[in-house]
Ligand binder design. Structure first.
Ligand code: GLA
Length: 404
């Protein structure tokens, strides 16, 4: 896992700058993409710098063969390390790992899927490859000519090369420069005329949820990088509280790509991670090796009921309603008046000796509720004070079609 090598701790302390930059030249007018959170796969979490043309084709093949495409996964996203050199005209070429990007896009499209790519507003990407600084329009046109459908734009070297250089010791001015960089690429993408999902990756600095939607950002990272460890996943989850007001059709909070099936996450952890990202209306970008998925991981990633929570057309992100020690209860309002309830045990086991007791009135519910347990796949009746036994890091996820 690479973290941006350029993070300056002082910048992390900044908050409060929200004024739109004067260089904002176009407003988002009804995004046609990302009306529900983007679903697909991204190369970084598992393959990192080992991603290549063959691996991306294999991922596309597996999205179809595994049933993920039928379940809603569409984007096949190449992350960092595809970039080669610029020629004399400034045109960027892919490196040896990607002999023909247009042919790759055609292949992915032939499967009924879409292709995503990655760049940085700086001179270099986080992994030290060629970035887009000074070539924004040219790169956007290149992506469009290849048939790219999604761009993740990662701040990285823009911090030392532009922000710190042009505005030393002036954090507010640095944030303006960051904002300008995202406006520039948003406009360049718009000028291509091709619908391209625009994903901001700047680690949640300066509250992007307050300014990214108006420049045309379809999603914005809210935190630093995820890792396949429960404590990191839970820390990111906790940082989403309070951001629910900013999510909606065309513009989503991005708590980072999925780690389901990676590292040593347990079944319960994979299930809870996936469930909570669905509750958060987060992009569902699988980050595992799809060619070597266990049936269990495949089952989690393709649980249609859970995906339906994520993709609910109302686009309302869940809120944490209350917690009792390390057990917390989140709800998400769904279209048609339905409600999703997640009871997450972020701590140690709750046995029958001291189970968790669900308090329905705190959720605004009155009396017994008929629902579906989305992991057991069975009907369930929720009653006030009902005891729930929860394994460590496991989740109880219920959809109530007609809450009372
Ligand atoms: C940053 C991003 C990651 C990934 C890497 C690639 O760390 O946050 O998601 O894109 O760069 O270098």
């Amino acid at each position: 896992m690479l973290r941006p090598a350029f993070i300056v701790p002082a910048l992390l302390c900044l908050a409060g700058f929200t004024a739109p930059s004067p260089s904002l030249s176009a407003q988002a007018t009804g995004s046609v993409v990302a009306q529900t959170p983007p679903m697909g796969w991204n190369s970084w979490n598992y393959f990192a710098n080992k991603v290549d043309d063959k691996g991306v084709r294999a991922a596309a093949d597996q999205i179809v063969a595994s049933g993920m495409k039928d379940a809603g996964y569409v984007y096949v996203n190449i992350d960092d390390t595809w970039e080669g050199q610029r020629d004399a005209n400034g045109v960027l070429h892919s490196n040896d790992k990607f002999p023909d990007m247009k042919a790759l896009a055609d292949y992915v499209h032939s499967k009924g899927l879409k292709l995503g790519i990655y760049s940085s507003p700086g001179p270099k990407t986080c992994a030290g490859f060629e970035g887009s600084l000074g070539h924004e329009e040219q790169d956007a046109q290149l992506y469009a000519s290849w048939g790219i459908d999604y761009l993740k734009y990662d701040l990285c070297s823009y911090i030392p090369a532009v922000m710190e250089k042009q505005a030393p010791n002036d954090p507010a001015a640095q944030m303006h420069l960051m904002h300008d960089a995202y406006v520039k690429m948003a406009n360049a993408l718009r000028t291509t005329g091709r619908p391209i999902v625009f994903s901001l990756c700047q680690y949640g600095w300066d509250a992007p949820w307050e300014w990214a939607p108006e420049l045309g950002g379809n999603l914005w990272r809210t935190t630093g990088d995820i890792t396949p460890r429960w404590d990191r996943i839970y820390a990111i989850l906790s940082q989403q509280e309070g951001l629910e007001a900013y999510a909606g059709p065309g513009h989503w909070n991005d708590p980072d790509m999925l780690e389901v099936g990676n590292g040593r996450l347990t079944t319960a952890e994979n299930r809870s991670h996936f469930s909570m990202w669905a509750m958060l209306a987060a992009p569902l970008l699988a980050g595992n090796d799809l060619t070597a998925m266990t049936p269990e991981v495949k089952g989690i990633l393709t649980n249609r009921d859970v995906i339906a929570i994520d993709q609910d057309t109302l686009g309302k992100q869940a809120s944490r309603i209350y917690s009792d020690g390390e057990v917390e209860v989140w709800t998400r309002h769904l279209s048609g008046g339905a409600l999703a309830v997640a009871v997450l045990n972020a701590g140690a086991r709750r046995y029958s000796t001291h189970p968790f007791h669900l308090n329905l009135s705190r959720l605004g519910l009155h009396g017994p509720q008929q629902g579906k347990d989305l992991w057991a796949g069975t009907n369930v009746t929720l009653t006030d004070g009902m005891p729930l036994e929860l394994a460590t890091h496991d989740i109880f996820l219920v959809r109530i079609p007609a809450p009372k």
